[in-house]
Design a protein around this ligand. Structure first.
Ligand code: BMA
Length: 836
């Protein structure tokens, strides 16, 4: 049988400058090894990042000695396998040169059977400085590429593009063996790159195809085993029971040996996205037998589902709707970036944590953004288990790429082939996407139109071909955003809406965005206070300290935080108010966009906000900060992505009640609408009934303000009347009103609220919020409408909810993961000052 012998663990490493050998670890990187030795500090603390820049020009050697005790099979092959080399390196074994690594995204496999010897062996990996190399490549290149402003040469080398610094990430160009290293002994044959595909589903069951590539090596007798002497078997298990046990065929397909089987799985249990159904997983076992002996077997878990992207012309342009098992799905989720600037630190548990957090927030899709990495298998496995659909970018982002060169085309093709073939068993992946924003760049930033090269040859020719050949079951999409003459158009394809935030526009601008699928839009907030304490000294804790400014990587990021805070809430009283207010406004902004787009279901068919997570502690667009503390936005997400949504909107003097039903059932709904003055007195209340049609959005009623006891009182207010500000008469009663709405359907109650102006213009009164802690439960009751209510706990506990909006006299119970210690609350009236 085949065996794998790990070479992970302790290695030695040195800088080429001083040749001082020290102990390091694999998987790992130079930066982590120097930190472990105490030679480098924590890169995230204060301004320590700068020490990591100083390493960029250095070159490193990693080496490992290991014993080989002649357990070599008489025949067969031995490979030295590096699952990830970051990035440019020459590999040697026992003094022989094995080859060069130049792509961190693919494994390198060297046949070392002839070199391996009994007794002591030695592997050495000589790393170049990535920065020096890309700069030299850029200097010597006959072409000039645009876009990569952070590091002009970055498109030349297949290394995670964010590692040179991004508008949310530090510049830490990791170097090392970042994924496992092992020896792989293949005696007779090896099953590689399995596939599983649901061809169609009908009343009889699911028609599926599965199989893998086979690598044949010499057989027991020293001669090459002919593949017709081999037998292959497929077994498929569901909940421990065998549902398929059949012989598979072995054929030559596109020059490679392939094991394959196709057939019907009766009464197939279908995989659905989170919120739409279950995620039943099947276990597939592929087996190769020679002379009655199993020579290799390979098992994997997968799900049965079909996926289609519905792109049909309509009066607005063209639809962009994911369809799973014949049902349209509104995509609700966020964008994913690498979860650490030092990637080898991430564990399988970390991935599980983040995907579970996405599921708990009622998300059903994550987009793996093209400036990071193809993720760890644990990421996709967790998505398979929890029903999180994956929009998978290829790793090209925000730059032109040198694909007029054959060598770069080859790199791109090899990488794509490996990626598609190693990920295609995952039911969670629903789309391959060529890149992030590069086609938008060609059209709108760099003046290229639709170029033949500059990366476009990869996105338009290489990737669609590789996907079609190796994974015909999934759609391929050229870029994000893409579709229409302007790749970022609202009429077709997907869209990145950055008018708000990057373009400084007020977040009510979302309401004018009629994009068909919003794959990016976002709004920054500070990380949580306890996270800020982790990287600062007390003197750093103000928004304009060098440490805080360096922990917001967007140029004018802090300035934007201030701009929106003043526009929406007012001036912050102190540093913690500044932090909370940014989180409250972020949550409100994203809620505004999501509710608008969800009520357009399926004219808009998805919203993925920027971004779920962080790679270090930073002010960014994330909803979960690096230390896994949740921002206000995370808690809001649970509500605005709930399967049942109620949204009150105020338009031209009337209140409209919208409802969205993402379930596949028709629901009977009861609705309550209550109007309060901001001192907590009830103005009026209305009850309604409605039927919510399956998988659709509707307006279930409209109300005149007077019907809710909202009268008229003239006030004069300044109003933006482009290009100036003019005093205008408004209804002062609306500035002293909040509506709370509640919808009960399917045994669940969902709530929402509506205010009629920016918070800074409302006649808010300071609420009295009682807070009773019993064990892990925190019960809050407010006497007045209260907004942006943050619970501060003495101990660092997880809360089931936070950043609350409280309806008067209605208790709200929040659960803490452990006893929280002292508990305090703040709300926006306690965070702003008037600057008299
Ligand atoms: C987008 C992304 C990222 C970026 C984010 C925030 O356009 O694709 O490149 O980090 O905006 O500015």
């Amino acid at each position: 049988m085949n065996v794998v012998i790990s070479l992970n663990g302790t290695w030695q490493f040195c800088s080429k400058k001083d040749k001082q050998w020290k102990n390091g670890r694999v998987p790992g990187c130079v930066q982590m090894d120097l930190m472990a030795l105490g030679e480098l500090g924590d890169p995230f603390y204060r301004l320590n990042e700068i020490d990591f820049h100083k390493l960029e020009e250095e070159e490193w050697i990693y080496r490992k000695e290991f014993e080989w005790n002649d357990a070599l099979p008489v025949s067969g092959r031995v490979y030295l396998v590096f699952e990830g080399i970051d990035t440019l390196a020459d590999v040697y074994m026992n003094g022989y040169y094995l080859g060069r690594a130049e792509n961190m995204f693919i494994p390198y496999r060297f046949d070392v059977g002839e070199i391996l010897r009994s007794g002591l062996n030695e592997v050495e990996v000589h790393f170049d400085s990535p920065i020096r190399t890309i700069r030299a490549m850029e200097r010597n290149s006959p072409i000039t590429l645009r876009g990569a402003n952070n590091e002009i040469g970055r498109p030349y080398v297949r290394k995670a593009q964010y590692s040179y610094g991004w508008d949310w990430g530090p510049r830490i160009a990791q170097v090392g063996l970042w994924r496992p290293v092992y020896l792989e002994v293949v005696e007779t044959a090896k099953i590689r790159y399995p596939f599983f595909e649901t061809r169609r589903i009908n009343k009889d069951g699911a028609f599926v195809a599965t199989g893998a590539e086979i690598e044949m090596v010499a057989g027991d007798d020293g001669k090459t085993v002919l593949h017709d002497e081999m037998e292959a078997f497929v077994e498929i298990f569901y909940q421990g029971k065998v549902v398929v046990s059949e012989k598979a065929s072995i054929d030559r397909f596109r020059g490679k040996l392939q094991l394959s089987w196709e057939g019907l799985i009766e009464n197939a249990a279908l995989w659905y996205p989170n919120g739409m159904g279950q995620q039943p997983l099947y276990e597939v076992k592929l087996r190769l037998v020679h002379n009655g002996k199993t020579v290799d077997e390979h098992s994997f878990r997968t799900g049965i589902r079909t996926v289609r992207l519905i792109r049909e012309r309509d009066e607005m342009g063209e639809s962009f709707i994911f369809e799973i098992n014949g049902e349209k799905v509104f995509a609700k989720g966020a964008n994913w970036i690498p979860a650490d600037s030092l990637l080898p630190r991430l564990t399988e548990d970390d991935y599980y944590y983040y995907i579970k957090a996405a599921k708990d927030a009622n998300m059903n899709m994550l987009r793996i953004w093209g400036g990071g990495i193809y993720e760890h298998p644990a990421f996709y496995e967790a998505c398979d288990r929890m029903g999180i659909m994956v929009w998978q970018d290829f790793m090209y982002a925000c730059a032109q790429y040198p694909d007029q060169f054959d060598w770069f085309q080859r790199l791109a093709e090899t990488e794509a082939e490996h990626v598609v073939k190693s990920l295609r068993i995952h039911p969670s992946i629903v789309l391959w996407c060529g890149n992030n924003e590069n086609n938008w760049g060609f059209h709108s930033w760099w003046g290229n139109g639709v170029p033949k090269y500059l990366g476009n040859y990869i996105y338009q020719e290489i990737l669609p071909r590789v996907c079609a050949e190796n994974d015909p079951s999934r759609p391929y999409w050229v870029s994000s955003p893409y579709g229409g003459e302007d790749p970022n158009s609202m009429a077709e394809g997907d869209r990145h809406c950055w008018t708000v935030w990057s373009g400084w526009a007020d977040y009510n601008e979302y309401l004018n965005d009629t994009g068909r699928f919003i794959s990016e839009f976002g709004f920054q907030a500070m990380p949580c206070l306890k996270t800020i304490y982790s990287f600062t000294q007390p003197e750093d804790r103000h928004p304009l300290s060098p440490v805080m400014l360096s922990h917001n990587k967007m140029v004018d990021g802090t300035e934007r935080l201030v701009r929106f805070m003043i526009a929406k809430a007012g001036f912050p009283k102190d540093f913690s108010s500044f932090v909370y207010l940014t989180q409250f406004i972020q949550a409100e902004a994203i809620k505004t966009g999501v509710e608008h787009w969800r009520t357009r279901k399926f004219n808009t068919a998805g919203t993925l906000y920027w971004q779920l997570n962080d790679c270090w502690p930073v002010a960014s667009w994330s909803c979960i900060d690096y230390h896994r503390r949740k921002k206000g936005l995370y808690y809001y997400t649970k509500n605005f992505f709930h399967n049942i949504l109620i949204v009150p909107k105020y338009k031209e003097g009337r209140i409209f009640i919208h409802a969205v039903n993402d379930t596949l059932d028709e629901l009977d709904a009861r609705v309550r609408v209550t109007a309060y003055a901001l001192d907590g007195t009830k103005k009026g209340e209305i009850y309604m009934k409605a039927i919510l049609l399956p998988n659709s959005a509707s307006v279930i009623g409209s109300i005149q303000p007077e019907e809710l006891g909202i009268g008229y009182r003239p006030v004069v207010m300044p109003v933006d009347a482009d290009p100036t500000v003019l005093p205008v008469e408004k209804n002062g009663e609306l500035l002293d009103t909040v509506l709370f709405v509640e919808l009960v359907a399917d045994g669940q109650s969902v709530r929402n609220y509506l205010v009629f102006d920016a918070f800074r213009n409302l006649e808010l009164k300071e609420p009295n919020i009682s807070c009773v802690v019993k064990g892990n439960k925190i019960e809050l009751v407010s006497d007045k409408p209260a907004f942006g209510v943050f619970i501060e706990t003495q101990r660092d506990v997880e809360l089931s909810d936070n950043c609350l909006v409280l309806e008067p006299s209605i208790p709200h119970v929040v659960e803490a993961s452990e006893e929280p210690g002292d508990v305090k609350t703040v709300d926006i009236t306690r965070m702003v000052i008037k600057l008299y």
